[in-house]
Design a protein around this ligand. Sequence first.
Ligand code: NAD
Length: 271
Amino acid sequence: MPDYQQHLQLAADFLRNADHVVAFTGAGISAESGIPTFRDDDGFWQRYPPEHFATWDGLFATLTRDPDGLIDFLLAVLEPIVEAAPNPAHVALAQLERHVNVTIITQNVDALHQEAGSTVVKEIHGTLFETVTLTGSFEHLVTRQEVRKVIEELKEIRGQSFVRTRLPLVIRPLLGIGRRGPYRPNLVLFGDGLNDTTWEAALAAVRDASVMLTVGTSGEVMPAATLPREARAAGARLVTIDPEVDSGEGDICLQGRAGDVLPQLVNTAFP
Ligand code: NAD
């Protein structure tokens, strides 16, 4: 693969000469940790139609109308995330911090970048491991252990006659009413606005970047998908890493799995 090797060398040169690298990551970077991407996973949105499962109104309506359907959805989303560990792609990005200033901007809600050791992570679509009030103020942290317990209890009540009454109690670590009113997971669902502070911080990082690595994102979710263009307009070099993409909108495309390509790239740049 002469092209791949040449592109890898060129991308490594970009990294070596960079003052600030932004890694913009999507569901694909966590695929090798066992978390399915929604678009690659056969028919996820066919099984769980977005109008019932991808908006807060839809989810609340589903809770009353079809509690077992909601439980199936919650298990499909929560279980892979809570059992996942960082893969070599997350680790390579964390190790890159030893050599250059790095900001991670992620669309993922799985906290795997922080677990791998990355210290500057902007979660523009929120995180599963924190709840917020309905006005978006921080409510409380949620541990992996708490989510595991929710999963166990969801499995116990699924299909039982008392499911409707028990479900709200079981999901209370994630969704409920606290001292400051109702709270919910800090997740950006379809139609939700982004957190302004996080988005502004992400934009500032992108405008300051010398290199942007875009990893494992289909670029279909707005406004996140505008970030590579912002980076390019501000003069950054763009490198796209994705097995399905052979010509990103950037300077270089390294076609392959993030868990293979990112360690190679970081080791080539900083042997
Ligand atoms: P997407 O599902 O639209 O696209 C995934 C991309 O990853 C595709 O281009 C695919 O080719 C690529 N990919 C698949 N395997 C890969 C690998 N091993 N290495 C590198 N790339 C790989 O993802 P998106 O653009 O992030 O949009 C999905 C939305 O759903 C996002 O908003 C995200 O927040 C959310 N989501 C998050 C998670 C998570 O937190 N891990 C998982 C699923 C979806």
